[in-house]
Design a protein around this ligand. Structure first.
Ligand code: HEM
Length: 389
């Protein structure tokens, strides 16, 4: 924690004395190590990636300018993320079926269960924004692995990303900013932007053909950036991953949606009250020639997909000290067996998330828009896990 306060243990947190059914009990120590690691890991990454990535030069884009741009467009909201500001914290389990070990030696893929800290969000830097069907939905997942290792990923519901390079995202934020009066972006600015970044026009065409689901609870979540998996035999393959909801994906029809400013989050909370929510964790294996440096382009649909297990969300919590509110879902925090690709977005994400994290944890905090009532337990019922296996 950078704000100097020690987060209290989450209510109902499993103690270290719990039977070791779950591989990685989320002890107070694990939580603290994870939170403390955020600043340290990110600081190392920022230095390394800025040097290697080449996107940071005095004359062009800097990490600070990027974060300033979010504040310029969305306003400055103390204590909140500069993007995906509206969200709710969650906890659960990843239950691995063992199939992932053929692809990666990461211990998370050995048969068994791993505790996760997660966060559901919508894109944009306004923490009290009204939910919309068009809002990009996000899911951050932090796997608490054995030996203090961590894997962090932040995924979205759209099938491709809008931007191939950080500069494109930076410029898009301003080019699509709503004009006072109309509340809509300036068409001339958008057209100029799209002619400079045709990959964004192509990506938007793909996204527009994929209607979002009705909720956060029945949405797929895509990692989009490519990574590299290395198995115990030393074989390395390019991969992408996604979480596929169990059960049917009901898509939105037109603009119709439930009433209420927070209808996406309200439905998520209602759904959890009926029981745990599950997603299948699917790894897509790329073939030689598949681009690993372009998140705006999907790989061919016939690529092999490996179902490596199930993510189960057991509880939701209002954002508060010590839960996902204080996690930086930096996608470059990876365990042994998973490595970065040459995707230029990854270095930028690491640097910008770290700066957003540093700013928000040093600021006063206001209550989050989404309140989980009654509070959902953070404790995972170990006996229920037994039955699931
Ligand atoms: C250059 C590219 C990108 C930039 C500059 C950027 C920027 C940001 C920032 C500033 C945050 C808030 C971080 C924090 O305070 O903890 C954030 C959160 C997030 N981003 Fe990105 N992002 C980028 C690309 C992506 C991509 C490619 C994805 C999806 C694959 C993504 C998904 C998310 C999600 C889901 C969150 C919320 C995670 C959470 O709940 O903490 N972003 N992004």
């Amino acid at each position: 924690m950078d704000d100097g306060t020690e987060p209290p243990a989450p209510p109902g947190e499993p103690s270290d004395e719990e039977p070791p059914t779950v591989r990685t009990p989320l002890s107070r120590r694990t939580m603290l190590l994870g939170l403390a690691a955020v600043g340290g890991i990110s600081a190392v990454n920022v230095g390394a990636f800025l040097g290697a990535g080449g996107w940071f030069t005095p004359d062009t884009l800097t990490t600070s300018r990027f974060v300033d741009r979010f504040e310029q467009v969305f306003g400055k909201h103390d204590g909140f993320r500069r993007n995906h500001a509206k969200g709710v914290s969650a906890t659960g389990l990843f239950t691995s079926n063992g199939a992932g070990t053929a692809l990666s030696k990461a211990s998370v893929f050995q048969t068994g269960t791993t505790l996760v800290t997660a966060r559901f969000s919508i894109s944009g830097g306004m923490p009290a924004a009204a939910d919309t069907n068009a809002a990009v939905r996000g899911l951050g997942v932090l796997f608490h692995m054995v030996g203090g290792e961590q894997w962090r990923t932040a995924m979205v519901n759209v099938p491709v990303f809008t931007d191939r390079v950080p500069q494109g995202f930076y410029e898009r934020l301003l080019a699509t900013e709503p004009v006072p009066g109309t509340g809509r972006p300036d068409p001339a600015k958008v057209a100029a932007f799209l002619s400079k970044y045709p990959e964004t026009a192509r990506a938007m065409a793909v996204i527009s053909k994929t209607p979002p689901s009705t909720g956060l609870y029945n949405s797929p979540y895509h990692g989009l950036n490519a990574f590299r998996f290395t198995n115990s035999a030393g074989v390395t393959v390019p991969v992408r991953w996604m979480m596929m909801p169990e059960g049917p994906i009901q898509t939105v029809s037109g603009a119709a949606h439930a009433p209420g400013k927070d209808y996406l989050f309200d439905a998520l909370i209602d759904k959890l009250a009926q029981g745990p929510m599950r997603w299948r964790f699917l790894i897509t294996v790329g073939q030689p020639g598949d681009p690993t440096n372009d998140a705006t382009t999907a790989w061919p649909a016939d690529r092999r997909q490996v179902d490596v297990g199930t993510l189960t969300i057991h509880s939701l919590q209002t954002e508060a000290p010590g839960n996902a509110r204080d996690v930086n879902f930096d996608p470059t925090v990876l365990p042994e067996g998973i490595a970065l690709s040459d995707d230029p977005l990854l270095a930028a994400r690491s640097a910008v998330y770290a700066q957003s994290y540093q700013r928000r944890t040093g600021e006063p905090h206001s209550p989050s828009e989404v309140t989980v009532m009654p509070p959902q337990p953070t404790r995972v019922d170990v006996h229920e896990v037994d039955h699931e296996n």
